[in-house]
Write a new protein. Structure first.
Length: 246
């Protein structure tokens, strides 16, 4: 949890932000195969031929091969401005203008007391159907973020910068018939569903957890059998058979 302030014009709104997403993956430790003891990682200087303490390590930027410019923690702190300690709103946009590609991490924004300014801010966003674009610092990294409503709660999403997103060049479009398009549309319509996140289970992590339980019970982990799909090269035939199997 981090305490910060939303700067909305001349209005300051004290808030708390906390991450929404947690890593659900099963974690493993690296062990020595011979004795099953944990592997330790040593910070080692190949020039001095010795182990190095954390206090003896500084950051350096390689501007040409084997040449570095160093920047200390104090110098890094000098680069930060005081306004980076707040969530500084710079404008408002329609959410449809933001491609989901730009959305990175999600945070829940709240107050620990009844705040008229906070409630008013949420109501204004709801009334205008807009999302706020703001800038802030989380940890040591500068971000642009959006503030939006979700189920009456205020959510903050950090945004990737444009230069961080690498989209491959477009490939040439292949031609298809109207009948093929109609079949593809019919297949989509036959597979329509409601989005229910509680039903979207991480099957791979579930298999890992079951395998761990089996190993603890002295059982062997067997290879999972998968259904062999037919390799149908003709697009029309594949679409027709897909519809029949729905």
């Amino acid at each position: 949890m981090k305490k910060t302030t939303i700067s909305f014009g001349l209005v300051s709104i004290p808030v708390e932000i906390r991450p929404i997403i947690k890593n659900n993956d099963v974690s493993f430790n690296q062990l020595h195969k011979k004795c099953l003891n944990r592997i330790n990682y040593i910070k080692y200087c190949s020039h001095c031929k010795k182990e190095v303490k954390q206090s003896d390590i500084i950051r350096g930027y390689q501007y040409k091969k084997d040449d570095y410019v160093t920047i200390s923690d104090e110098e890094f702190n000098n680069l930060k401005s005081d306004d980076e300690k707040v969530i500084d709103i710079v404008g408002f946009v329609d959410i449809k203008e933001i491609d989901p590609l730009f959305l990175e991490k999600s945070y829940f924004v709240s107050t620990n007391t009844k705040s008229k300014a906070f409630s008013l801010f949420k109501a204004a966003i709801e009334a205008t159907k807009k999302v706020a674009i703001a800038k802030t610092v989380i940890g040591t990294k500068f971000y642009y973020v959006i503030l939006r409503l979700s189920n009456d709660g205020l959510i903050m999403n950090t945004l990737y910068f444009l230069e961080e997103i690498v989209i491959p060049e477009e490939v040439s479009e292949a031609k298809f018939t109207k009948k093929e398009l109609d079949l593809a549309i019919s297949l989509i319509n036959s597979l329509k569903m409601k989005f229910k996140p509680e039903e979207l289970v991480d099957e791979y992590q579930e298999k890992i957890k079951m395998a761990i339980d089996d190993k603890l019970d002295g059982k062997k982990i067997k290879k999972v059998k998968t259904k062999q799909e037919k390799n149908i090269k003709d697009l029309m035939t594949a679409l027709e058979l897909s519809l029949k199997n729905v």
